[in-house]
Design a binder for this molecule. Structure first.
Ligand code: GRF
Length: 190
C-alpha cells in the first residue's frame, strides 16, 4: 500500500509509521510526506530519506488555490491512501472527492465526542473520565467520517492538557500503525 502522509507539527505519529515501515512491520510504502508549513515532521521524513513537499496557504491567492495545489501535489505520487497524521488544515470537499474513501485521519478523542482542533482540552474541560483516539476515514465534514479504529485512554485526576495528550499520543501511535497494517492487508481493522 502506497501512501502520502500529511503533517503540520512534531510528527511523532509519522515517526511511528516510518519506524514500522523501516522495520518491515507493515506492508506500506511512504511515497512522500507533505506539510502546510516547515515543521519537525518534514525533518523526520528527510532524515528517513523520504521525499517531502510543502504546500503553504500563503503561497496561494485563496483557499481554493491552496486546495487545488495540494491535490495536484498529492495526486502526483499516485497514493493508494492519504494519511493525515497531525495535519492541522481543513481540506475542501473537492479534495476529499479526489481521494474519496482513501483519506485516513487520526484524531485525539473518541469521536464523535470532541471534534475540532482542541480535542484534548475540550475533553478535560468537560470532565470526561475516559477519552482516547480515533482513526477514521475523512469525509467533507470535519472529524466526521466512518470510524476505522479507536482506543480508550483514562483521564487521571492530576492530568494537564499536555500530560493527557502525551498518553493519548502513545496510544495513537500504536493504533495508527496497527490500522495502517490492517488496511495494507485489506483486513478489517480493530
Ligand atoms: C496528534 O495527537 C494528532 O491527532 C493531533 O495532533 C497531534 C499531532 O502530533 N491532531 P504529531 O505531530 O504526530 O507529533
Amino acid at each position: 500500500m502506497r501512501i502520502v502522509v500529511m503533517v503540520s507539527g512534531s510528527g511523532t505519529n509519522l515517526q511511528a509509521v516510518l519506524d514500522a515501515v523501516r522495520e518491515g512491520r507493515i506492508d506500506v510504502e511512504i511515497a512522500a510526506v507533505g506539510a502546510d508549513k516547515p515543521c519537525l515532521g518534514l525533518e523526520r521524513a528527510r532524515q528517513a530519506g523520504v521525499e517531502t513537499f510543502l504546500v503553504r496557504p500563503s503561497d496561494h491567492a485563496d483557499r481554493e488555490g491552496w486546495n487545488r495545489a495540494l491535490e495536484r501535489a498529492v495526486a502526483g505520487y499516485a497514493p493508494d491512501r492519504v494519511l493525515f497524521a497531525g495535519f492541522m488544515r481543513i481540506v475542501d470537499a473537492r479534495f476529499v472527492q479526489a481521494f474519496a474513501g482513501r483519506i485516513v485521519n487520526t484524531h485525539p478523542s473518541l469521536l464523535p465526542s470532541f471534534p475540532g482542533a482542541h480535542a484534548v482540552r475540550d475533553a478535560l474541560a468537560h470532565g470526561v473520565k475516559v477519552t482516547g483516539v480515533t482513526v477514521h476515514e475523512v469525509v467533507a465534514d470535519v472529524d466526521a467520517g466512518p470510524i476505522l479504529a479507536q482506543a480508550a485512554v483514562p483521564v487521571l485526576a492530576e492530568d494537564t492538557e499536555a500530560r493527557l495528550h502525551e498518553r493519548i499520543k502513545a496510544a495513537e501511535r500504536e493504533l495508527l500503525v496497527d490500522t495502517l497494517g490492517a488496511l495494507a492487508r485489506s483486513v478489517p481493522v480493530r
